[in-house]
Ligand binder design. Structure first.
Ligand code: NDP
Length: 294
């Protein structure tokens, strides 16, 4: 990336094609799977669990299974009714933990209100924790020893690396502190020697904090909350948020206003989403290799 331009210099904003980058990485993962199968091993297998019939969740699950199939990875789905109790779900997870033919387990969120996401995360065997939500997995990330890492944060880091965004010494601002995006991506950026501010709904003067960001990761789930003048000229902007407004998917960043200010921006479609799925495939393959010693 070029040195930070001044306010007066025009900036050509590069829009990331997350799907193209995801496909590049998936092709490599597919080659690894094909090699394992050619050597006589079975294909890795991801088990996906959906509780309830939320159409968006169903569509996410189908997308993940299609992505598995395209790289030669197996997947099994468990569609449970919304009336499923927490004990019934934990029993299914215990069965999948014990099933040697299953390498990764993903429980699609959100869950019905009667089921605790924390209890579900803790029930998944850390060795099969494809979504990287088990406290053991998070603890390893904190310690800097994690192999399995949350999919969206890992996808964000892959984007930054692909575009050769300098991280060392950079000011990184992350909006959001969830266990699934904000916290892990803040840790990963810090491990790569960025100086990280992790912001949230009580952060004072958020716009001013964002204006200091060489790298801005927006993961609040608030449509278009990041205005053009919150963006430091030349910044790399990763828009994780996905919200539906008037039937259209929009991100946390005012995409149009970011043009001419950000050096790089991920769009809300074909941006971080395909990278998240790709890292789920990566984690499942890694969990398989680690368990099987391959
Ligand atoms: P959560 O709702 O769990 O967390 C949102 C975070 O944003 C919280 O820490 C919250 O602060 C903070 N926040 C909310 N409003 C504001 C505000 N006005 N100003 C500053 N901070 C705010 O969401 P997730 O982390 O699960 O997801 C975030 C977004 O990313 C969602 O839109 C989600 O759909 C999307 N997403 C996209 C993925 C993809 O692959 N593209 C994958 C995962 C998520 P506080 O803690 O104080 O409440």
């Amino acid at each position: 990336m070029n040195p930070t331009p001044s306010e007066s210099q025009p900036i050509e904003t590069q829009v990331l094609d997350g799907l193209a980058l995801a496909n590049e990485i998936r092709a490599e993962l597919g080659e690894s799977v094909a090699k394992l199968v050619a050597e006589g091993h079975r294909a890795p297998c991801l088990a996906v669990i959906l509780v309830g019939d939320d159409p968006a969740s169903r569509s996410y699950i189908k997308g993940k299974q299609r992505a598995c199939a395209r790289i030669g990875m197996d997947s099994v789905e468990h569609m449970l009714p919304a009336s499923t109790s927490q004990d019934e779900l934990l029993e299914l997870i215990a069965q999948l933990n014990a099933d040697d033919a299953v390498d990764g387990i993903l429980v699609q969120l959100p869950l019905p209100a009667s089921i605790s996401p924390a209890a579900v995360a803790e029930a998944v065997d850390p060795a099969k924790d494809a979504d990287a939500l088990h406290p053991t997995t998070s603890g390893r990330l904190l310690a800097g020893t994690a192999d399995l890492i949350s999919c969206t944060p890992l996808g964000i880091m892959a984007v930054l690396d692909h575009y050769e965004i300098p991280l060392e010494g950079a000011n990184a601002v992350v909006i959001g502190r969830s266990n699934i995006v904000g916290k892990p991506v803040s840790l990963l950026l810090q491990q790569r020697n960025a100086t990280v501010s992790m912001c949230h709904s009580r952060t004072r003067d958020l716009a001013d904090v964002c204006r200091q960001a060489d790298i801005l990761v927006a993961a609040a789930g608030q449509p278009r909350m990041v205005k053009g003048d919150w963006i430091k000229p030349g910044a790399a902007v990763i828009d994780v948020g996905v919200s539906e407004v008037d039937g259209k998917l929009v991100g946390d960043v005012d995409f149009e206003a970011a043009q001419g200010r950000a050096a790089l921006i991920t769009p809300s479609r074909r941006g971080v989403g395909p990278m998240t799925i790709t890292m789920l495939l990566r984690n499942t393959l890694l969990a398989y290799r680690t368990r099987k010693g391959l």
